[in-house]
Design a protein around this ligand. Structure first.
Ligand code: SAM
Length: 277
């Protein structure tokens, strides 16, 4: 998969950082890129990916389970619900099957706004993610919903009087409890009308291996809070939870039957989708 992924490999390989990018510290976006086998990362990021891999040898599979759920969810929202505008919060570096590629394959008129606070996403991602006038990348902190939602690029592409797909994929475990992740989810969902949908995936506290990954992330990245399924379900309170609820990612509306029992890697992240009525 790594070979298929396009990006600014030269920049990362040459150790020349784009403006605003600090090469002395790992970044969440670049570590995730390394985990997925991408090329937009540096030595300092690969060291963290290796440390996580020591805790969880199949961590790359976990990343791809996450990407696969994003794809299935966006396909469902586009083809079966008719949602044609998405806000992808904590979007990450471009990889395979980015939100606009999935949405616009099924509806070429779909609009997608990517939000990430890491300037590398803009530096490496703009050419790939803003490949048409219906997509935009915003550098902003998702913990500040008001400034994200009032950003001119978002307002240009997203009509907040029509249903929106709000995507919080692989991100809420990077928010500490005192940053009020639930309040942040509520703020985004308050801003969108009935018919809007919320997709959340995140790491879950599934046992000692999960705790080891959480500790490694906290040590190297400064964030990592693996919540229980009950805590994750609470993000959806007040909305209509869609089947099959909050489940391990491979079990979220799989395209083909999944053998059980699941492996530790298959259970490491969970996700679910709800509808605002
Ligand atoms: N959503 C993508 C996925 O699941 O494949 C990428 C997930 S990646 C693990 C998390 C992303 O969230 C990173 O690109 C990171 O830079 C971004 N991020 C972390 N904290 C953020 C914040 N406060 N505001 C915006 N983006 C943030």
């Amino acid at each position: 998969m790594a070979e298929e992924k396009s990006g600014s490999a030269m920049v990362a390989g040459d150790q020349e950082a784009p403006p605003g990018v600090d090469l002395s510290k790992p970044s969440i976006a670049r570590v995730y890129d390394a985990v997925l086998g991408g090329k937009d990362n540096y030595e300092v990021d690969r060291a963290v990916a290796d440390a996580v891999r020591r805790d969880m040898p199949h961590i790359s599979d976990v990343g791809w389970f996450n990407r696969a759920v994003l794809g299935r969810a966006v396909r469902y929202l586009t083809t079966e619900v008719g949602i044609d505008q998405f806000v992808d919060l904590g979007a990450g570096l471009p990889t395979l099957e980015n939100t606009h590629q999935v949405a616009q394959r099924h509806n070429p008129g779909a609009h997608v706004v990517y939000v990430d606070n890491d300037p590398i996403v803009l530096a490496h991602g703009r050419a790939l993610l803003e490949e048409n006038e219906r997509t935009a990348v915003i550098t902003a902190d998702l913990r500040e919903p008001e400034s994200v939602l009032s950003h001119p690029s978002l307002r240009r592409l997203v009509d907040l009087s029509r249903p929106v797909g709000v995507l919080l994929v692989g991100i809420l475990h990077h928010l500490h409890d005192d940053e009020d992740p639930r309040g942040i989810v509520e703020a985004y969902m308050r801003a969108v009308p009935p018919g809007s949908h919320l997709l959340i995936t995140c790491f879950s506290d599934t046992g000692p291996e999960a705790r080891a990954v959480e500790e490694t992330m906290l040590e190297f990245l400064g964030t990592g809070r693996f919540r229980t399924v009950a805590e994750i379900e609470a993000y959806f309170e007040g909305f209509e939870m869609l089947e099959p609820g909050v489940v391990p990612l491979p079990l979220w509306r799989p395209d083909a039957p999944v053998a059980e029992p699941l492996t530790i890697a298959q259970r490491l992240m969970v996700g679910g989708m709800a509808r605002k009525s």
